[in-house]
Design a protein around this ligand. Sequence first.
Ligand code: ADP
Length: 486
Amino acid sequence: MTVSDQVKALIHNQSFVNGEWVNALSGKTFSVINPANNELITEVPEQTQEDTSAAIAAAEAALPAWKELTAKSRSLILKRWAQLVNENLEALATILTLEQGKALVESRAEVASSANYIEWFANEAIRINGDTLPRSANGNFEYMQKLPIGVVAAITPWNFPNSMIARKVAPALAAGCTVVIKPAEDTPLSALALTHLAADAGVPAGVINVITASTGAEVGLELCKNPTVKKLSFTGSTAVGKILLEQCASTVKKLSLELGGNAPFIVFEDADLDAAVQGAIAIKFYNSGQTCICANRLLVQESIHDEFLEKYNAAINQMVQGHGLEEGVSHGPLINEKAITKVQSLVEATIKQGATVYRGGKVLPELGSNFFQFTILSDLAKDMDIFSSEIFGPVAAVYKFRDESEAVAMANDTPYGLASYLYTKDTGRIFRVSEALEYGMVGVNTPKFVSETVPFGGVKESGIGREGSVHGIDEFLEMHYVCISA
Ligand code: ADP
């Protein structure tokens, strides 16, 4: 099969429930749009509460047989899934770029990371061990098993529409759970394509179900309130995460929340400046600035501030915005008009509050309506709105600091605590500052550290729980203690 045949075979205009490709019970659909040119890619079902409860019932019905399989059987199915993802990597990357906009090179890396997550959790599936315990009374035999929590709901965002599915579904399946996925409305096609490959790999009917809808609220409410669902794993905004946390209270569901960030990127005067510049390029403009671990605040020591800005600006000149499928393009559009409006109004408000526009600052209509210029804003201060806003666009916000204690205080002056970065050659400072940063993850002299081996997650209002690593599977397991008096 050619890549374009694979793309055609993997783009679905139906959702997937109980092993079948289905329409919405209402018969309604909504459009999936290419953000680079606003062209229609396809329509998908507009599903509601009724469709969702049917999918939950399918996941419940599939649970007993799936969890009864041996760990090795589940592991082999997941390995086959990972293999199919790799074999279809180019097609999945193309679908990802079509619906999300990111440059093909980033899409390929994302799909490869999905295969890595699936393979990783295939290997974790066979290592779900419990404990035998010391007896707490004479004649007792006591042990703890780790059992699958049950039916899992996964609500995923549009910025990593492929890997966020893999990072949630693979550990859930490895643990013996069944899943109902609600992918983001902008990007349902990657989820459907991955599900197609999972079914081809031998995942039985009902074990993975996908519900598509143009808004999250109705489907989300059912996923939260339905008592059959025992766990909700969500990646998205802090605002929606707080709604889900409240909605899950009535059924006391276990939750994993990967929410917003406000990552500081601290450059000390003793840093390797060129490495810091390259790092700040990579992690600020990754996915055109639309990730929760993007460098949201560049904190630069005052003695090197001007030189940093010059070099940073020069490095930006090497980047190319455009349609993600075009050769040579390094950065795609923002996801939709709402995103453009949000970035534009934040930039305008920051300028009004006294920022200097070092470069950019405007939309780029000549490329399409969803492109925003690479922008640097400098002369920023803590009391400006941008200091506490998640930018989610190609806008670098640069702040000056005097010394280490001011840098740490500025970095921690936020309710968020996901990713943070620091560049320095001073060994003592590396340890001191890394520990002082109130963040789930710290990159020292490196901008990119996320992989399947990493416990990804945040503290404070950035979330609850970890995904990936040897700990990721525990989010889908319950400890089950047994005491035998014999
Ligand atoms: P973003 O602001 O990045 O679009 P959101 O948090 O709005 O992030 O969206 C992330 C996911 O949450 C998407 O799948 C979206 O449909 C879903 N979502 C949005 N609002 C709700 C809600 N009230 N309940 C459940 N899911 C929701």
